[in-house]
Design a protein around this ligand. Structure first.
Ligand SMILES: C[S@@+](CC[C@H](N)C(=O)[O-])C[C@H]1O[C@@H](n2cnc3c(N)ncnc32)[C@H](O)[C@@H]1O
Length: 251
């Protein structure tokens, strides 16, 4: 199935509607108030607990399709980049797989590779497992867990961290951003084989500043960049810069 057909089958289509209006129209008044609470808690303090509440909420209130429709432009940019990398890999870990939309498509496209999707949201994972069954996708396993507590030892030859590094960073608006990037990158390094690769996609606020600092960080962790490029897409109708890195362990 090609990507456009898959997204269409999942009900994910372009929308020009304002995100908040879209969520408002999909939720009962009471639930919309709850959504405002859950999303503002997450924006103010991006802890594991608040992230679980938000990502669980999306599934519990059937907002999955809407959520993806708002970022369809990002999905269509990033997925083809990842799809090009997968053929050379046999065991792939997708950290922050959420409800498995992307992971399941990758797994169906490469039935001879084995996939593991890891996430902290129990409801998103339940949704992912049901979807994988629906598609009779057998080469995938979904696991609940925090990437900072992973204890994989050189098990995966490709690790995906697609729009996840910025999450659950214990963001503190008083102190500024702390993405715990070093810890997260070190965890991905432990999980990958010596000749493995890590794919990272991010949507930084300030592309040049981020790229400068992140390139240093990659080096500090003991990675070298194999490929990196900038792309752009629209998020909630607004232009957003994106950047991806494909890195491997330094020799
Ligand atoms: C913005 S979503 C991105 C989902 C997916 N990778 C994609 O590109 O569509 C971030 C996901 O990362 C998960 N996540 C955030 N922090 C995590 C952590 N510390 N460990 C595991 N998963 C995490 C969230 O639950 C959420 O499902």
């Amino acid at each position: 199935m090609n990507l456009d057909d898959y997204l269409k089958k999942e009900g994910i289509e372009e929308t020009t509607m304002d995100p908040m209006n879209l969520f408002k129209s999909a939720l009962k008044e009471q639930d919309y108030k709850l959504f405002e609470e859950v999303s503002s808690s997450y924006m103010n303090k991006d802890t594991i607990e608040n992230a679980i509440k938000l990502y669980d909420f999306f599934v519990e209130k059937n907002l999955t399709t809407i959520k993806y429709s708002l970022v369809i432009s990002e999905i269509k940019k990033v997925m083809p980049i990842v799809l090009k990398e997968i053929p050379e890999h046999e065991k792939i870990l997708d950290i922050g797989c959420n409800d498995g939309l992307k992971t399941i498509y990758y797994a169906m496209s490469f039935p001879n590779s084995k996939f593991v999707g890891l996430d902290i949201s129990p409801l998103a994972l339940e949704y992912a497992k049901n979807k994988a069954n629906e598609y009779e996708c057998k080469n995938i396993e979904f696991i609940e867990g925090n990437m900072l507590s992973m204890d994989y030892d050189k098990e995966f030859d490709l690790v995906l961290m697609d729009h996840v590094l910025q999450d659950t960073s214990c963001f503190d608006s008083q102190l500024g951003q702390d993405f715990m990037l070093l810890e997260k990158l070190n965890k991905s390094k432990e999980a990958m084989t010596d000749d493995g690769e890590v794919f990272i996609a991010m949507a930084p606020n300030s592309l040049n500043d981020f790229n400068f600092q992140f390139t240093h960080l990659i080096n500090e962790v003991g990675f070298e960049s194999i490929k990196s490029d900038v792309f752009w897409y629209t998020k909630f109708g607004v232009r957003q810069d994106g950047i991806f890195y494909l890195v491997k362990k330094k020799n």
